[in-house]
Ligand binder design. Structure first.
Ligand code: PLP
Length: 417
């Protein structure tokens, strides 16, 4: 783009560098993905100029005749994908979606019960440093270390004893399958709301490869940019409720917590949802699972510890406690070989969140650029070699060469799925 590069090289040069960084690095950050060319292009459209406070056919601004059908298409496609009766496509992010749901259904000071951050929960599920832990009182449940599964007994015990107003399911770094029905039973037994945040597994759910919580939860929230592969954004879904309930959710987004919707992003969500409805999307999500599964097997075979001992989704967390390296150091050293991961706390971690004892690995991005099992095994072996020899710069730089050549073989924007 000649014009922008001349007009503002200060910013443009960094964008160019970031583009090259993405091409030349193997991204294993479980929450990242590559949006399609269409999705990126639409976000640069004229829709960014338009104010459209309100909802389709109920706007506070004129000139919305072309905006309304776009938002309606996004809503209809979201409902179809997730078998929902209600969708709100306006949340600017996953955190905004969660904020809107809490403020629709709770009062400040109410008790919420979500998954512990270091066991795989998200900041917005009640962490002390987040609005969710400041506006609301919060308690947490975690993983049963012997089974690697969610500790439903602990969840139930806390629920029965303390009677939270809302139970929150969903996670950012748990590699198992959640029993949504069990969570619903527990929530019902204390008349609590059940909110399920599917941000991480939304793509797998859309493809029918992970249980859909829509039948069980009062509300489901998600981001649109992780396994779902759309633009950065949030989405709220619900089913089998009355119109008053849906209205409460709507008004909690606008005017409750947001102003004008980002129509260029909503249009991009609509396009991403069309891509999700394409049968190719199922092949993509299946490959994500295969790649994650073979990576876990490779790590286990080589004496690495995986939290929960397996993965049934797109991610897993390596426990590095017995490797003499922290998560922070592993993240740094892998980056020297152009492999991007994020440090991650493990259950009952003795290290703080800036250091950690683990790294999280996810396969949505590598799969999107075309890696299959063979490449996933190579990547795993490179990570194993680097971590086992973290003082050996020769190994680190020889692997970097291999990473660069694999990345060149699989350019990101060839729309493989
Ligand atoms: N919920 C979960 C489970 C997440 O993993 C994330 C992001 O990582 C969010 C919500 C927040 O999404 P956002 O970064 O769009 O606010």
């Amino acid at each position: 783009n000649v014009t922008i590069s001349h007009y503002d090289p200060d910013v443009w040069n960094y964008i160019e560098k970031e583009k090259i960084r993405q091409e030349n690095h193997i991204t294993l950050i479980a929450s990242e993905n590559y949006a399609s060319d269409y999705v990126m292009k639409i976000q640069g459209s004229q829709l960014t100029n338009k104010y459209a406070e309100g909802y389709p056919n109920k706007r506070y601004y004129g000139g919305c005749e072309y905006i309304d059908p776009i938002e309606q298409i996004a809503i209809d496609r979201a409902k179809k994908i997730f078998h929902a009766d209600y969708a709100n496509v306006q949340p600017h992010s996953g955190s905004q979606a969660n904020f809107a749901v809490y403020s629709a259904l709770l009062k400040p000071g109410d008790l919420i019960l979500g998954m512990n951050l270091s066991h795989g929960g998200h900041l917005t599920h009640g962490a002390a440093v987040n609005f969710s832990g400041k506006l609301y009182r919060s308690m947490t449940y975690g993983i049963d270390e012997t089974t690697g599964d969610i500790n439903y007994i602990q969840l139930q015990d806390i629920a029965l004893k303390y009677k939270p107003k809302m139970i929150i399911g969903g996670f950012s770094s748990f590699s198992g399958i959640c029993n949504w029905k069990k969570m619903k039973t527990i929530a019902d037994s204390i008349q609590a709301y059940l909110m399920i945040d599917i941000a991480h597994v939304a793509g797998l759910i859309a493809a029918g490869l992970y249980p859909n919580p829509i039948e069980y939860a009062d509300v489901v929230t998600t981001t649109t940019h992780k396994t779902l592969s759309g633009p950065r954004g949030g989405l709220i879904l619900s089913k089998n409720k009355d119109n008053d309930f849906y209205k409460k959710l709507d008004s909690s987004v606008f005017p409750g917590s947001q102003g004008g919707p980002l129509m260029h992003v909503i249009a991009a969500k609509a396009i991403a949802f069309k891509e999700v409805l394409d049968p190719k999307f199922i092949l993509y999500q299946k490959q994500i699972l295969k790649n994650a599964n073979i990576m876990v097997k490779t790590f286990l075979k080589n004496g690495f510890k995986v939290i929960s001992g397996k993965t049934n989704n797109h991610l897993f967390v390596l426990n590095l406690k017995d490797k003499n390296i922290t998560g922070k150091q592993a993240e740094f050293i892998l980056d020297l070989s152009n492999i991007t991961v994020n440090k991650n706390n493990i259950p009952n971690d003795v290290q703080n969140p800036f250091i950690t004892s683990g790294i999280r690995i996810g396969t949505p991005a590598i799969t999107r650029r075309g890696f299959k099992e063979e490449e996933a095994v190579h990547v795993s072996n490179w990570i194993i070699d680097i971590i086992n020899n973290f003082n050996n710069t020769q190994i680190i730089y020889s692997i970097k060469k291999k990473v660069l050549s694999l990345c060149a073989e699989y350019p990101i924007y060839l729309n493989k799925y």
